[in-house]
Design a protein around this ligand. Structure first.
Ligand SMILES: Nc1ncnc2c1ncn2[C@@H]1O[C@H](COP(=O)(O)OP(=O)(O)OP(=O)(O)O)[C@@H](O)[C@H]1O
Length: 292
């Protein structure tokens, strides 16, 4: 599988603060990925660098094998920002017409169909739209562009549950027909767990963990039991977080557990549960461990 995006040792500093620090990241062609991180983790800064809006203080970014130069906007990349930069006085259709010029794979019949699906009036002015409707205009552009690399920063912000589900469904269906690389940055983790194949978890400007969602699901476990038993069981395993729980302890563990482990846990009176992605994310961030 070829690499569409490679960030090597990327840092972006603002004064003494690094918004992104020594970040390494590779995205392969034809995957849907999630970028997760709490407020201020550096996600938007990273996306702005990948899409050429700002330039790294250090390191390099390659898109489809070409090193991104200062002031350059990468070709065949579509960036749907959290805060769109659309002109308020422009009509929805005018915004789409402008976007279509920049994307060689733009699909007009699909764009028209999406306007209907998302209940958007092409003649309405941007300033007359609700927050959710404005997000949807960005999402129509992201979908209809069919760019080799499409990046969404909080694409479902302000959308009701019906529209969120509709957006995710169309994204997955269209991706199946027109495979490309899609990166979704969001705080709504459990929602995208159904959509993405791989996640990148970011904290304090760098990637704490990247893995397939299925791997994370198989490898993340929540243990509950008395402290001594949990400590014994967890010895030699990767504990990402621990806290007191009633009279005992609760521990989040990352790694494969076989039948022998499960039998041992049973003997020790330890209960083991799976962890939803959102919970795994919280424990990983709280524990602050990097997983290689
Ligand atoms: N132009 C700027 N000047 C100074 N500091 C900045 C600037 N842009 C971002 N930062 C800082 O860099 C850090 C990362 O910000 P960034 O917006 O990338 O985070 P984020 O992960 O996108 O957060 P959120 O989820 O809240 O949108 C923050 O501490 C922020 O204050």
């Amino acid at each position: 599988m070829s690499t569409i995006l490679a960030c090597s040792n990327v840092t972006k500093s603002y004064g003494k603060n690094d918004a992104v620090r020594n970040l390494e990241m590779k995205l392969h062609e034809h995957t849907i990925c999630g970028l997760l991180g709490r407020n201020g983790a550096g996600k938007t800064t990273l996306l702005n660098m990948i899409t050429g809006s700002i330039f790294p203080s250090n390191g390099q970014i390659e898109i489809a094998g070409s090193r991104l130069k200062k002031g350059e906007t990468p070709q065949d990349v579509c960036y749907v920002r959290e805060k769109n930069l659309f002109f308020g006085s422009a009509k929805v259709m005018e915004i789409l017409q402008l976007a279509s010029v920049f994307h060689k794979n733009w699909d007009w019949p699909f764009a028209h169909k999406l306007l209907t699906t998302f209940n958007l009036n092409p003649n309405e002015k941007i300033r007359q739209l609700s927050r959710g409707m404005e997000s949807l205009v960005g999402n129509v552009i992201g979908l209809a562009s069919r760019a080799s690399l499409t990046i969404y920063d909080e694409p479902v912000l302000g959308l009701d549950v019906l529209m969120r589900e509709r957006f995710y469904r169309i994204l997955v269906e269209d991706y199946a027909e027109y495979p490309r690389t899609i990166l979704l940055s969001t705080h709504l983790i459990d929602e995208i767990a159904m959509v993405v194949e791989k996640v990148y978890i970011m904290d304090s400007g760098s990637i704490l963990l990247h893995d397939e969602v299925d791997n994370i699901r198989d490898h993340s476990h929540l243990l509950m039991g008395d402290r001594e038993s949990v400590d014994r069981f967890a010895n030699g395993k990767q504990v990402i977080y621990q806290e007191p729980y009633g009279k005992g302890v609760l521990a989040a563990l990352y790694g494969a557990l076989g039948d022998a482990d499960k039998q041992q846990a049973h003997k020790l009176g330890i209960t083991i549960e799976g962890l939803p992605l959102q919970k795994f994310f919280s424990y990983l961030i709280e524990g602050g461990q990097r997983i290689e």
